[in-house]
Design a protein around this ligand. Structure first.
Ligand SMILES: [Zn+2]
Length: 434
């Protein structure tokens, strides 16, 4: 059994970016495995558009007018410059304190880390004209690292994009060392339509119940990465779940979904929740798996539900003897789209110790994957799904608590569905009397 799950993961451990032939090929393999178990998967195609960089340059302009160019990638869905490019004064911004944010008007800034909405709001208020965010580590070389292409995130969209770039951290060091007065930069974008697919398997329930559970995982990867850890592991665990459910029928129906194009903005799950209001209506909870199978690291459970559910899950972990830490939080994965459509979620993941995890890099491959960890995780997924699907009364209230609601609205920005819906209040127990 452990061997089988490992072999399945090995079989799809190659780069499977959104819309690629490889993404398609991996799904065909998984579909074939699912047919072998005895289920007939449905395939649903969806498409989305994005503006991808076709030209991105960044050069330091020195005192004497000489220029030093650096390799950069443009940020998808950010903002074009004029074709001939723009020149701006340069500033380094390792933090967002008041002193650093002073006197940035019209400047191009160098930043670290993922921009939060509040950070971006302050940068916009300070009047910056463009920015570059670093990627990688100072130990990288050009040969052993890849420069990623990131995306202008939905949660920043209402503040408006700016010309934005990703630069290797080793190049950022060089950029700072040449002490540029100004930088010259160009960015040209082109709209493209991407086609991708979800795979859906409906496992019928044994009871006459309208309620159902969705269990899902994304099967795409970012470019360069083999996506074994993120998230081939989750995809093959879903196949194991189907094997389990075939042998152990449950009361409520379970829809197992493999989502495409998660890495480019949770596209598959968004397409699914938008296209199936009748399914969403009946869905009592969504169980998501994103990241797993490494011999290193701890199991994480992100609870996208009321606090009582976190208490319930912690009891369940003790009962089944599964070591995991829980947090009540919106997970930046496919479960977030279900939360945004009012469905509570439990998102299962794995956190690596410092230096032991290489998410979204070429080092996310089979090297650290362990068959026993994969099997243990799949076992927990099956136990949790079975427990929920067989419950007499569903233990998770179909409510998105206020804090999670705020997180979802902030996360999806203009695209948030929850923002358009009235909140559902939590039901209090009736007062006790003899
Ligand atoms: Zn992932």
């Amino acid at each position: 059994m452990a061997k089988k799950i490992y072999e399945r993961l090995e079989a799809i451990s190659y780069s499977r970016p959104s819309g690629s032939v490889e993404e398609r090929k991996a799904l065909e393999y998984l579909a074939q495995e699912i047919r072998r178990i005895g289920f007939e998967p449905e395939l649903e195609t969806f498409s989305y558009t994005r503006r991808v960089p076709v030209k991105a340059t960044l050069a330091a302009v020195l005192e004497d007018g000489k220029e030093v160019s650096f390799q950069v990638t443009g940020v998808i869905d950010s903002l074009e410059t004029t074709p001939e490019g723009e020149t701006a004064e340069f500033a380094y911004l390792p933090s967002y304190d008041e002193v650093s944010l002073e006197n940035l008007k019209g400047k191009f800034v160098l930043l670290h880390g993922r921009l939060s909405k509040e950070e971006y709001r302050r940068l916009r208020r300070a009047g910056i004209r463009g920015y570059a965010i670093t990627s990688g580590t100072v130990r990288d070389t050009y040969e052993n690292s890849d420069l990623e292409t990131t995306r202008f995130r939905d949660n920043l969209s209402d503040l408006g994009p700016l010309p934005a770039y990703t630069i290797r951290l080793i190049d950022a060091v060089e950029l700072l060392r040449v002490r540029p007065k100004k930088v010259r930069y160009t960015l040209q974008l082109q709209e493209e339509t991407v086609q991708s697919r979800n795979l859906i398997v409906t496992v019928p329930g044994t009871a006459a119940s309208d309620e159902l559970i969705v269990a899902g995982a994304h099967y795409d990867s970012v470019p360069f990465s083999m996506g074994s850890w993120d998230n081939g592991a989750g995809a093959v665990q879903m196949v194991s779940l189907l094997e389990y459910l075939k042998a152990h029928p449950v009361r409520r129906a379970v829809k197992v979904i493999l989502f495409g194009s998660e890495e480019t903005g949770l596209r598959g799950s968004r397409a699914y929740v938008e296209a199936h209001p009748e399914v969403i209506e009946k869905t009592r909870a969504m169980i998501n798996v994103d990241v797993g199978g490494s011999i290193l690291g701890k199991e994480l459970l992100f609870i996208g539900a009321v606090s009582d559910t976190e208490v319930w899950i912690r009891q369940f972990l003790k009962e089944v003897g599964y070591a995991a830490v829980t947090v009540q939080k919106l997970m930046s994965s496919d479960s977030a789209n279900f939360n945004d459509y009012g469905v509570p979620s439990i998102s299962i993941g794995q956190g690596a110790p410092q230096g032991g995890g290489y998410m979204h890099t070429r080092y996310d491959n089979m090297d650290l994957i362990d068959e026993n960890v994969l099997e243990r995780e799949a076992g927990f997924l099956a136990a949790l799904t079975e427990r929920l699907a067989n419950a007499t009364v569903f233990p998770i209230p179909r409510v998105i608590p206020e804090a999670l609601r705020k997180e979802a609205i902030d996360y999806f920005g203009e695209k948030s569905h929850l923002a358009t819906q009235p909140p559902i209040p939590e039901e209090k127990p009736l007062p006790f009397h003899f």
